[in-house]
Design a protein around this ligand. Structure first.
Ligand SMILES: [Zn+2]
Ligand SMILES: [Zn+2]
Length: 395
């Protein structure tokens, strides 16, 4: 009987070629750096702490450095270089470029280019860290077995960055800039407090490992667990419990839906220190043009998701369709009244106290009307689900 794939599966020569090609794809610099920082840090500290204890400076420095670098990756590499969600003063840009090197996550150019591919081709083979290839791949596997050919088109989706001589300077020298920051600074402090080995373990190895794996978590866990309040078009999710370590990047469903917004957590109580830092920098005139998604678009996305979740046979589905338009109209009127009021308040033209009060009253009325429609919407959605639950549709 003829072999359907003659000589292919087990041919020693082809097997050898396959192994060589697989080995070529392994990133021989990335593998030891990622392994040494994570396992070296953990094992080293497990051996070091019982004998030498912990100096308070070591964990404090480690946590502070993790936080600063996370803010720079989030605000600089991500929201500024990859998404251009705002414009910034040259001093801030330089800060982002220099401190960003300490993340040891490639140059801003490569990072932003990969990330733009991620958004454009999310969940497909062209997505560098596609969540569809599994948790391991999206977390770290893509870095270990990255195809260098994929980098050939690097500048194609980042022409704006390729034209920026500061970005290209950092792209050329980022490894050299990272050494004094990521290794030299912690070691210097280690010598000053008389514990260079302690600071090497805490401030260099563990700090780099935490910085790496928190960023990787956005690509892995935030594409696997959590909720999809704005869109289910891709795997991205909002994961509230990752907030403490991700500086706002955990609101990933919102971000994939409205990627040029400078905020990821849009509610006042959403833990998004990056957005607060950018807002503060804007007040100090160090950044400008913070981009915000109009409220009615956010509302529209949420209503669409509500409608998708209420199954078609729900008795109140038609009512929801009618309510959606009423609610969107009320939201638009509220937004206009708000804009008018604040423009009027800031205007230098002569305005009477009565006209200002009238604008304020109009704003209050529009807000109340919007909130009433919103409550009605929420109650109707609740009723829809309750109705289905009592009829056995949803348990
Ligand atoms: Zn994503
Ligand atoms: Zn993004």
């Amino acid at each position: 009987m003829e072999n359907p794939q003659p000589g292919y599966a087990m041919h020693p020569h082809l097997l050898g070629v396959f192994v060589i090609e697989a080995l070529k794809k392994i990133q021989w610099l990335t593998v030891p750096v990622l392994s040494l920082t994570l396992f070296g840090g953990l094992v080293g500290l497990a051996l070091y702490i019982p004998r030498h204890g912990v100096h308070p400076v070591e964990p404090i420095f480690c946590a502070a450095f993790v936080f600063v670098v996370a803010m720079v990756v989030s605000g600089g590499y991500h929201r500024y270089f990859a998404h251009k969600a705002f414009q910034c003063h040259p001093a801030v840009k330089l800060f982002y470029l220099i401190v960003g090197c300490a993340a040891l996550q490639q140059s801003a150019l490569v990072w932003a280019s990969d990330h733009r591919c991620h958004h454009r081709y999310v969940d497909t083979d062209k997505d560098p860290y596609s969540a569809k290839k599994g948790l391991w791949w999206s977390h770290v596997g893509w870095l270990l077995a990255e195809d260098p050919a994929s980098r050939q088109n690097l500048l194609r989706n980042a022409p704006d960055l390729a034209r920026d001589r500061w970005v290209m300077w950092q792209h050329k020298y980022w490894v050299w800039i990272s050494l004094p920051l990521a290794i030299g600074l912690p070691l210097l402090i280690g010598f000053l407090i008389g514990r260079p080995m302690g600071m090497f373990l805490w401030g260099v190895l563990l700090r780099i490992a935490i910085t790496h794996h928190t960023t990787f978590t956005i690509n892995s866990l935030a594409h696997r667990f959590g909720t999809q309040p704005y869109s289910d078009a891709c795997t991205a999710r909002d994961v509230w419990w990752l907030a403490p370590i991700l500086c706002g990047e955990n609101y990933h469903n919102y971000h994939h839906c409205f990627q040029s917004d400078y905020r990821n957590g849009i509610r006042w109580y959403h833990w998004d220190p990056t957005k607060w830092a950018l807002w503060t920098l804007a007040k100090l005139r160090l950044v400008k043009g913070l981009r915000r998604t109009p409220q009615h678009l956010i509302l529209k996305a949420r209503l669409e998701m509500d409608l998708k979740r209420v199954p078609a046979p729900a008795p109140v589905y038609d009512r929801l369709l009618a309510l959606r338009q009423t609610l969107l109209d009320a939201a638009e009127l509220y937004a206009k009244a708000r804009k008018n009021y604040y423009e009027f308040k800031r205007s230098t033209a002569d305005r009477s106290r009565e006209s200002l009060l009238a604008a304020k009253e109009n704003l209050r009325a529009r807000r109340e009307a919007f909130e009433a429609r919103l409550s009605e919407w929420r109650e109707t959605v609740r009723l829809a689900f309750r109705g289905l639950a009592s009829s056995g549709g949803i348990s």
